[in-house]
Ligand binder design. Structure first.
Ligand SMILES: [Zn+2]
Length: 386
């Protein structure tokens, strides 16, 4: 099947982040196995989702993993001109559909090479690794990566994550984590504010502390000009609590995210915040003994990607890809997770992030062709290595 035909099949599976992906992953599995290639599913605990991996070539060190996710973001509230789950060719050089660029286009390019890969005389292996639930916090990749490392006796060396980058090699992305902080204070008539502990007043203090933390990082010189903005950002996006203007709120919560440049640490930001929360608890428990502050992460932290220009994967991409200038991106992706597992990683995929997650998402056919050409060259590289 051509990449375009495969893409139209993949687009027809409306699998959103968080939902069961068994329909699309089984289609992919059947497609790969129809070429006589064995695949391995990595199911979640309750068995309604699965990642997939497989290997082409010999069990020797030095292979490259081609990684993509099978889930997409919702289309609700978006003004689509065509059915988002039917790949549509408007004869303008573009193929429209949800996930066409993020990132079923890349997965389709990989799958279009199964026949070639299964017959190639590879000296070092090429792997596929396809995940789920990427769009809701890169949830499945850590388990998939762990499984890959345990399943294969040899060590893969590189990972090529095909998020849309207009085929530019992307060497850096920020790390990210989402948190919810809940403050438990004491209720009462608003006139008693000096003897109760308002969860809203305390939340406001904590929120300003977080903003101050971001500013302090900038002031301390924690800057990385490869990124926009060139510093870690901390932002509170939701806040709730209270029942009336004249009632002291006994509970309030707020949700926030931290997006860190590689030199900053999500763990340190969280532990500094937790230390401040503990200080506040000690002070306010003197007024209300049950006062407490709890912060939970809404998903495991996604580590930043920080591939050095002198790493081998950079020269590999410059050799096989259409673009030789590296860049960074503002979004977080599974690349940081592969890198954290000791695998040299780069993002390079067809299509533009500008089209991702939007109405009338598309991928240019030319981008698919460039991606296939790059993967063709990768096969040649892996056939020639000794
Ligand atoms: Zn994506």
């Amino acid at each position: 099947m051509t990449a375009e035909k495969i893409l139209s099949e993949l687009i027809s599976f409306a699998v959103l982040g968080g939902e069961s992906n068994l329909s699309i992953i089984h289609w992919i599995q059947n497609y790969i196995e129809s070429f006589g290639v064995d695949t391995v599913l990595v199911p979640n605990k309750i068995g309604n989702k699965a990642s997939l991996h497989c290997r082409f070539g010999p069990a020797v060190d030095g292979g490259t993993i081609l990684s993509g996710h099978t889930d997409v973001v919702p289309v609700e509230g978006q003004d689509w001109e065509t059915d988002p789950f039917v790949l549509t060719d408007k004869n303008d050089g573009k193929l429209y559909g949800r996930g066409s660029c993020d990132m079923k286009g890349y997965v389709a390019c990989c799958l279009s090479l199964v026949s070639k890969l299964s017959k190639a005389d590879l000296k070092t292996p090429i792997y596929f690794a396809f995940s789920y639930d990427e769009e809701i916090g890169c949830l499945a990749a850590p388990e998939l990566i762990e499984h890959l490392k345990n399943y294969y006796s040899e060590a893969p060396k590189f990972a090529l994550i095909g998020e849309p980058s207009l085929m530019q090699p992307i060497v850096g992305h920020k790390g990210i984590c989402l948190f919810r902080t809940t403050v438990n204070g004491s209720a009462g008539h608003s006139s008693g504010i000096r003897k109760e502990v308002s969860a809203i007043h305390e939340s406001a203090r904590l929120i300003l502390w977080l903003e101050g933390k971001m500013n302090a990082l900038v002031a301390s010189g924690s800057i990385d000009n490869r990124f926009t903005p060139p510093h870690s950002s901390i932002h509170i996006g939701m806040i709730e609590g209270g029942i009336a203007p004249n009632v002291i709120a006994d509970q309030a919560s707020f949700s926030w995210d931290a997006r860190v440049i590689p030199k900053d640490s999500l763990t340190t930001i969280l532990s500094d915040f937790t230390d401040f929360c503990k200080e506040r608890e000690v002070i306010l428990q003197k007024v209300f003994p049950n006062f407490n502050i709890k912060t939970e992460s809404l998903h495991p932290p996604v580590p930043p990607l920080d591939t050095e220009e002198n790493q081998e994967i950079v020269s590999l991409l410059k050799k096989i890809g259409p673009r030789t200038t590296t860049g960074t991106v503002a979004y977080a992706a599974e690349a940081g997770q592969f890198a954290a597992a000791g695998i040299e990683s780069i993002i390079c995929g067809p299509g533009s992030i500008d089209q991702a997650h939007r109405a009338n998402e598309f991928i240019e056919k030319d981008e698919l062709n460039k991606c296939i050409a790059m993967l063709d060259k990768l096969i040649i590289v892996h056939s020639n290595l000794n």
